[in-house]
Design a protein around this ligand. Structure first.
Ligand SMILES: Nc1ncnc2c1ncn2[C@@H]1O[C@H](COP(=O)(O)OP(=O)(O)O)[C@@H](O)[C@H]1O
Ligand SMILES: [Mg+2]
Length: 302
């Protein structure tokens, strides 16, 4: 199989592992820095150029689009989709996952349990919303990542002033989510790595200080954890709802069962080091199995 990994970081652990496993399994693999690609849209053939050359037709692409280049990265993925190339993640699914509001709407529609979430732009709604949510309350920017853009407000006053500031200085920008604080697992969450219909690795992340955020980027620490069947089912259901076959689902354990926090379209591979599981080869196997089934199918519409 002729495989392109779309990654701006050829030296990243995740990219290196994917290349290594793909080569081990006999594939012809190339890492393409999508930020250096340009797209030609002026004839019947939607081509991708890289380093001044037209890229050949790949059997499959594996997008690893970073959060800070979602729009351009997804445009490149879409161009390959227009060529009829199999992709392990569709551009539309990546885009949806990057917007916490859009993701929350999709998860709600597909009956995936999440913390209770409200979205509003009116300061006059705040009291009413806080009545339903209780305190402390979580305030989230819809496009935040790595724990940046998630705030814990302990008091009504703190929540109100934070929201007012966001509403005022963010008029056309990011949406703001108000979310129930899951106190039962404060400072911890679970990352379930889903490939196809299975959780292939799982870890618990815990903050090492009194931070309520467990992101590894905020100094959290990962340890392997065994998931219950319900947790596994929830993770796979969330992945399906988002249309992401390879993803990292973040869960919190709560009194009413597992709740999905978010679904990551390009999950990190630190989980391999924490759990000792070979995630990269599971991903390559999945693509090996699914790309040929896609071959010859109609080109996907925009
Ligand atoms: N509703 C919540 N209740 C308790 N803790 C939360 C809640 N939402 C987020 N957190 C904590 O904050 C971290 C970051 O939140 P998350 O929604 O995953 O945003 P990010 O995309 O920045 O990682 C989570 O990993 C979790 O530890
Ligand atoms: Mg997160």
């Amino acid at each position: 199989m002729k495989l392109a990994i779309l990654s701006n970081g050829p030296g990243n652990y995740s990219t290196k592992r994917l290349v290594e496993e793909a080569r081990k399994r006999g594939h012809d693999v190339e890492v393409i820095k999508y930020k250096d690609c340009y797209l030609a849209l002026d004839d019947k053939h939607p081509d991708v150029y890289y380093k001044g050359e037209k890229l050949p037709k790949f059997d499959a692409i594996l997008p690893r689009i970073s959060n800070n280049m979602t729009k351009y990265g997804c445009a490149v993925v879409r161009q390959f989709e227009m060529q009829g190339v199999y992709t392990s993640a569709h551009a539309v699914a990546i885009t949806r996952a990057r917007d916490k509001l859009r993701a929350a709407q999709i998860l709600a529609k597909y009956d995936v349990d999440t913390p209770k979430t409200f979205v509003s732009r009116n300061t006059s709604d705040i009291d009413h919303l806080l009545d339903q949510m209780g305190l402390p309350v979580i305030i989230k920017l819809a496009t935040g990542t790595h724990g940046n853009g998630v705030i814990l407000a302990d008091t009504r006053k703190a929540a109100k002033s934070a929201l007012q500031a966001f509403y005022l200085y963010n008029e056309d920008g990011t949406n703001i989510l108000l979310q129930e604080f899951i106190k039962e697992s404060a400072g911890t969450d679970i990352r379930a790595f889903v490939v196809g219909n299975r959780v292939v690795a799982s870890m618990q992340r815990a903050s090492l200080d009194d931070d309520f955020r467990s992101n590894l980027h905020q100094g959290g620490l990962g340890v392997p954890i065994k998931l219950t069947d319900e947790e596994k089912k929830t993770a796979v259901k969330a992945a399906r709802a988002m249309g992401l076959h390879i993803c990292g689902v973040d869960l919190m354990r709560s009194e009413r069962g597992p709740l999905v926090l978010e679904v990551n379209a390009s999950p990190g591979f630190g989980i391999e080091k924490v759990t000792g599981k070979d995630v990269a080869s599971k991903i390559i196997e999945y693509i090996e199995h699914n790309a040929p089934r896609h071959a010859g199918k109609d080109k996907i519409g925009a």
